[in-house]
Design a protein around this ligand. Structure first.
Ligand code: FAD
Ligand code: NAP
Length: 697
């Protein structure tokens, strides 16, 4: 309990513990937002990374907790939360271990994955088992539709709940009740839907609510044609730069975020940028190795020129002692932003003359930001260009606080007013529709609002970290431990919908621009990531059903190379059948690794290949799941009688869900059981590690 004794009275501090468990930094950013707002409302949040357990806080001694935590993979805790999770999971803890704790959790997840926000739900369950109770309902924010749709109203509700919580406590105090009565929970509801079980239907509703109805206005303009006046009527629609009709009434804009950074230039100094520690020691998500430099030794295009997407395969040379891998593992690429885009940004921000000078980042001494710190991913001695190329994510749709700051540096009154609308509470749906959904970058905004020119310091305060991108390894260490292959589609993002310029995906664009002369052996920074389950079964006789669309084929190539090498090494090995279901668009344009797959089939590594072409109209199966339906009997026999393992890799948004539904359907038909029962069978397969997914959006 946090009691201070003043003038003989006990005064309750308005302190609460605010924890974040973050994998990519989003939970941390949200927790920091809560921190700022809580301070503004007179609370005393004690903000910590959840991995600081026992160093900075002891959960059993706390009375009020707000936890912001994400879910990774299939509902697992972020790496940073593992220590805390293991601690509270101990079987020896009694049912009143957290009996004094009142708490709430804001979970961040992505409903494209089957176990949406499972990790926050697991924490909630465990807290309850240990005797803790809610003081405010949990929130579940969904990255698939925009975290802010839930986060913002949830924080508003949290502040009210904290106010009630503390007034309840001080009432209890004046009544000389030191221990709060757990049966009198406030459990205030935030002004959002109960999203405990976010279903797809819900998601659709949320999206529909988030999108503005397109506002129209008929605008009349008079033109003079000789002596005649002509009235032209045009229809204007709302857009990024204009709301039609303008948002009415007084708008509520967020408070201007406090500035906290200073940049000092030292133009006479020189700096060796290569020697700068990459991303300045910021933690790498899911890393199992340090960053190592890998040579690009080969780049090949796997698709024909007229394919819808261009797939490239890159071979990297690594030092065996620095990084080992198994088929099914992925690795992270520490990529760079487009140098052309950075150059444009530098021009727009009017920092061309200092962009390559050595600069020092310092905290503003007089900053009013509480707990201000230089973001750990920013080196403090560097250059502006280096920060923008390698450290900051310049693409992520800018947040409302960022827009609020930009409005402050926009002299044109119309532009300023529109920026204020876009970050206002009343402009929330417009923000979602015009900024978040089309994925507008900082440069898009600066181009659309040309008078806006903020100082670089303010920009660096708001840009999040440029995150590494993971890729599945598509080769086997039994073929070469020194080489690692991967395959990717170049992400092409056209201009339009507010985007002021066309662009490629950050990492795939960068990699494709390094389609350079491989004789020069260009190097890229990478690091190892382990997949805990998506591996070949240790018992080689177990049949495997491999299902992948597009580049989701990648890990399966590694699987087959591995199996071939194992068989070559020991020809008496008894291997179970492998059945591949692969889907692409056109037989002739994007059938990845076609000759390798045919060879694996010829030599008996692959027992069956079923390929679906979604845009050829030549086969009865359009998608992988259509082929599974066509072969439902054989698939079910392998799965239910021969204990096969299913592996699904590729798109999480649609394909993996449709495949799951198809497996449920064929089990239901084959076993003559109801769909609900077939769902339970499929769930059991997942629990037994016989239905494995490696999927991403
Ligand atoms: P980004 O710059 O991150 O851009 C992608 C984003 O752009 C999308 O999220 C989308 O929001 C947006 N976008 C795309 N198209 C449009 C559009 N038309 N309009 C508006 N916005 C748009 N990928 C592979 O190709 N091969 C792999 O083997 C592979 N393995 C993976 C393994 C794991 C474990 C994970 C988590 C992911 C894997 N991925 C793989 C995905 C990969 O990490 C990257 O996300 C992907 O390559 C895109 O990265 P990028 O930086 O080029 O694109
Ligand atoms: P893609 O372009 O998404 O599509 C490949 C094929 O899938 C196309 O023929 C497409 O058909 C079809 N398809 C579309 N909707 C489908 C559905 N509901 N069910 C089944 N098939 C469907 O492939 P890609 O660009 O290579 O991307 C695959 C995705 O997986 C990307 O998001 C990539 O980042 C990810 N990935 C993840 C991993 C991993 O997690 N380990 C590894 C590799 C790739 P139409 O277009 O004709 O509809």
């Amino acid at each position: 309990m946090d009691w201070n004794s003043i003038d003989g009275c006990q005064i309750m501090e308005r302190r609460f513990l605010l924890l974040f468990g973050s994998q990519t930094g989003q939970s941390q950013a949200v927790a920091e937002e809560i921190f700022e707002k809580a301070l503004e409302h007179g609370f005393q949040p004690d903000l910590h990374n959840i991995n600081e357990t026992e160093k900075k806080f002891n959960i059993e001694k706390e009375t009020l907790l707000v936890l912001v935590i994400s879910s990774t993979g299939d509902g697992e805790p972020p790496d940073t939360a593992l220590k805390f999770w293991r601690r509270i999971r101990k079987k020896t803890l009694g049912s009143d271990y957290l009996g004094n704790l009142r708490y709430t959790i804001l979970g961040l997840g992505d409903s494209n994955y089957s176990n949406f926000c499972q990790n926050p739900k697991n924490f909630d369950l465990r807290f309850q088992q240990l005797g803790a109770q809610h003081f405010y309902s949990m929130g579940f924010a969904d990255d698939a539709i925009g975290l802010e749709i839930v986060v913002e109203p949830w924080i508003d509700g949290l502040l009210s709940a904290l106010t009630s919580q503390f007034s309840e406590k001080s009432e209890n105090c004046s009544l000389d009740h030191a221990i709060s009565d757990k049966n009198q929970q406030t459990d205030l509801k935030p002004q959002i839907d109960e999203t405990d079980n976010v279903k797809d239907d819900n998601k659709q509703d949320n999206v529909a609510n988030a999108i503005t109805t397109v506002d129209l206005a008929i605008v009349s303009t008079e033109k003079e044609l000789g002596d005649i006046k002509v009235v032209e009527k045009t229809i204007e629609v709302s857009s990024l730069v204009k709301s039609i009709p303008p948002i009415e009434g007084q708008i509520v804009v967020p408070a201007l975020p406090h500035s906290f950074l200073e940049v000092h230039y030292s133009e006479d100094e020189s700096i060796d940028l290569d020697s700068l520690c990459i991303q300045n020691g910021a933690a790498l998500p899911s890393a199992t190795t340090d960053i190592v430099m890998a040579n690009i030794v080969n780049v090949s295009t796997l698709t024909r020129q007229d394919a819808v997407k261009t797939a490239l395969e890159i071979q990297l040379e690594i030092t065996e002692s620095e990084m080992t891998f198994e088929p099914g593992d992925s690795f992270g690429i520490v990529c760079e932003n487009s140098r052309d885009e950075v150059e444009e940004l530098i021009l727009k921000l009017s920092v061309t003359n200092v962009a390559d000078s050595v600069c020092y980042l310092k905290l503003k001494e007089e900053t009013r930001k509480k707990n201000a710190a230089i973001p750990p991913f920013l080196p403090t001695r560097t250059t502006i260009r280096h920060l923008l190329v390698t450290c900051c994510d310049i693409r992520t749709p800018i947040k409302k606080g960022f827009i609020r700051m930009l409005a402050e540096y926009t002299p044109n009154t119309l532009e300023k007013a529109r920026l204020q609308e876009l970050c206002s509470r009343q402009g929330s749906s417009q923000y979602t529709h015009f900024i978040r959904e089309p994925n507008l970058s900082l440069l898009d905004i600066l181009k659309a609002f040309p008078s806006c020119c903020p100082p670089i310091e303010r920009i660096l305060e708001h840009l999040p970290r440029l995150l590494p991108r993971p890729y599945s390894i598509s080769s086997s260490p039994l073929v070469s431990r020194k080489h690692l292959n991967f395959v990717f589609n170049i992400v092409e993002i056209p201009s339009g919908s507010g985007r002021q310029y066309s662009r490629k995906g950050v990492c795939t664009g960068w990699l494709s621009s390094s389609q350079i002369d491989c004789n020069n052996k260009p190097k890229i920074p990478i690091y190892g990531r382990k997949n805990l389950s998506f591996h070949l079964p240790s018992d080689l006789s177990i049949p495997m059903i491999l299902i992948g669309a597009g580049t989701g084929l990648a890990p399966f190539i590694g699987f087959m190379q591995h199996r071939e090498a194992q068989v070559k090494h020991d020809q008496d090995l008894l291997c179970g059948p492998i059945w591949l279901f692969f889907g692409c668009r056109h037989n002739e344009r994007d059938y990845l690794y076609r000759s390798e797959l045919e060879r694996f089939h010829e030599v008996g590594i692959l027992s069956n290949i079923s390929v679906s072409f979604s845009r050829d109209n030549s086969t009865s199966a359009r998608y992988v799941q259509d082929n599974i339906l066509l072969h439902s009997d054989s698939v079910c026999k392998l799965l239910l009688e021969k204990n096969a393992v299913i592996y699904v890799c590729g798109d999480a948004r649609n394909m993996s869900k449709d495949v799951n539904n198809t497996i449920v359907t064929i089990i239901s038909q084959h076993q003559g059981i109801a769909m609900e029962e077939a769902k339970s069978v499929t769930m059991k397969l997942r629990q037994e590690g016989r239905y494995l997914e490696d999927i991403w959006t």
